[in-house]
Design a protein around this ligand. Structure first.
Ligand SMILES: Nc1ncnc2c1ncn2[C@@H]1O[C@H](COP(=O)(O)OP(=O)(O)OP(=O)(O)O)[C@@H](O)[C@H]1O
Length: 375
């Protein structure tokens, strides 16, 4: 079991309004000259390197950035050419490690725009409501292939200028790296498949703050709808785990608590985003949420709501397991069984070896007894 890790990254000066939250990490990225300034490198060191570690151990991993529009989600996830964010750094790390191991990789990159999935790596693919239908998968052989795909995908992403951000992401973007490793462990074959989801969410926003109308307003409504669903999924998951955690004597429903947990409906299907992130929230994944805040006074309400959102997400417990290829696992288990039977046979032979002289002398004694006493 692993809790969702939550890191908070602050863009501007934070005014103390007397609320306290606790998170796994907190970063101050307000002033480059400050000794406490958290650089992109530091964020990768703390959060990105664990994603790589999990993936190489055969787990699924997910990082998603959540926060008000303009607070630094895209900067944290993608960054700029000269100031790279988590995605390019994780990809670099992946290829650095991969050069020492056997593997194969595939990448897909999609955006969810107005509740429709659009393939960012295949412009001929029209957007659709179905999840992952027709999504192109691209084999990559080196880091430069990966960089080209990211540049291609980013160029297709829907951004627009809003009152809060000149290049506001108007969609949620999910880059998925599927990653297979095959090797021999004590002469037995092993194969694991890990998936890394790197997610840059569109900004949570108020229409009046972003001064949106028309298309922007419709986008904003869809963004907010999916973020509200994400919030409901998080709250519901937390209540399920809260019931799990209750000691038997405190559990509200006594023996029926388990039944209640099973009856709780988690609204994953209410938005494309939550459906795609199903495994990352309450499922088989090591997940990190990065909450970005830009707490100028004017943003106090949004900052507080982001921190509350993040604080709830911290209570989600996932159950990550190593994703081993089923058929390779069966082969490995059969090989282990054959080795066990061989060992048993050897032991039986050794016992026979010890018993043989006893058997021979028993036959000899019986023969002597028969010839001398009976005859
Ligand atoms: N920690 C930071 N250090 C330096 N610049 C930053 C930082 N965070 C954000 N910025 C800058 O602020 C601007 C807005 O950031 P960004 O586009 O990442 O916001 P966002 O949260 O992704 O917004 P939206 O939800 O509208 O897409 C960008 O020009 C970005 O480079």
């Amino acid at each position: 079991m692993a809790s969702v890790r939550v890191a908070v990254r602050v863009r501007d000066g934070l005014k103390d309004k007397g609320k306290t939250f606790s998170f796994d990490f907190s970063y101050d990225s307000t002033d480059r000259a400050s000794p406490t300034f958290a650089s992109q490198e530091r964020i990768f060191h703390d959060l990105g390197s664990d994603v790589l570690k999990a993936a190489f151990e055969g787990f699924n991993a997910c990082v998603f950035a959540y926060g008000q529009t303009g607070s630094g989600k895209s900067y944290t996830m993608m960054g700029h050419t000269e100031d790279k964010g988590l995605i390019p750094r994780i990809c670099e790390g992946l290829f650095w490690e991969i050069s020492h191991r056997s593997k194969s990789d595939a990448v897909s990159y999609l955006e969810i725009y107005n509740e429709r999935v659009r393939d960012l790596l295949n412009k001929t693919n029209h957007s659709h409501r179905g999840v992952r239908q027709n999504l192109s998968k691209h084999s990559i052989h080196n880091h430069s292939d990966m960089e080209d795909l990211i540049i291609l995908g980013n160029a297709s992403r829907t951004t627009a200028s809003t009152g809060m951000n000149d290049f506001s992401s108007r969609s949620h973007a999910i880059l998925t790296i599927s990653f297979t490793q095959a090797w021999f462990d004590a002469e037995l074959p092993r194969e694991t498949l890990s998936k890394i989801h790197l997610v840059d969410l569109a900004g949570s926003e108020r229409a009046d703050a972003t001064r949106t109308t028309g298309t922007r307003l419709k986008e904003g409504a869809n963004i907010n709808k999916s973020l509200v669903t994400l919030g409901s999924v998080i709250s519901t998951l937390v209540s399920v785990f809260f019931l799990c955690d209750l000691p038997a004597d405190l559990s509200v429903g006594g023996p029926s608590t388990k039944k209640k947990q099973q009856q709780i409906f988690i609204p994953y299907r209410d938005s494309v985003l939550t459906w795609l992130l199903k495994d990352s929230l309450g499922g088989n994944s090591m997940t990190t949420m990065i909450a970005t805040v830009s707490p100028a006074d004017v943003n106090y309400g949004e900052t507080l709501s982001t921190l509350r959102y993040a604080s709830r997400a911290k209570n989600i417990v996932n159950s990550p397991t190593v994703n081993e290829d089923g058929s390779v696992k069966v082969i490995r288990e059969l090989q282990a069984e054959v080795a066990r039977l061989r060992r048993l046979l050897e032991e039986a032979n050794q016992v026979l070896h010890i018993l043989k002289p006893i058997k021979d002398s028993a036959i000899y004694m019986l023969t002597v007894f028969y010839s001398k006493v009976i005859l």
